[in-house]
Design a protein around this ligand. Structure first.
Ligand SMILES: [Zn+2]
Length: 97
């Protein structure tokens, strides 16, 4: 009966994997690729709180998250306190409604 048990286990894991995989894709589905003509992503400078567009200022990638800074001074300060500052949410998506 080991074979059947293994099969059930795999089926269960596969089911969970599909659920989580699907959920993850849905969460990321809100991004609109790299169109820059309109609806630019606005980033919040985590150091001074200023809004920085994705083609302005300075950027740094931490893990898979992009942070943007209004000035090099802010970028340098972020580098010094990266562990703390990189936890805050940064991106504002313009809403269409
Ligand atoms: Zn700044």
């Amino acid at each position: 009966m080991d074979g059947l048990l293994t099969l059930l286990l795999y089926a269960g894991l596969f089911y969970l994997f599909m659920r989580f995989g699907c959920g993850a894709h849905l969460t990321h589905g809100h991004h609109h690729g790299h169109e820059k003509l309109k609806d630019k992503d606005i980033f919040i400078d985590p150091v001074c709180g200023k809004q920085v567009a994705d083609d302005e200022g300075y950027g740094e990638l931490v893990d898979t998250k992009l942070f943007r800074f209004c000035s090099k001074a802010c970028l340098e300060e972020f580098d010094e306190n990266k562990a703390e500052l990189s936890k805050k949410p940064k991106v504002i998506h313009p809403k269409n409604n």
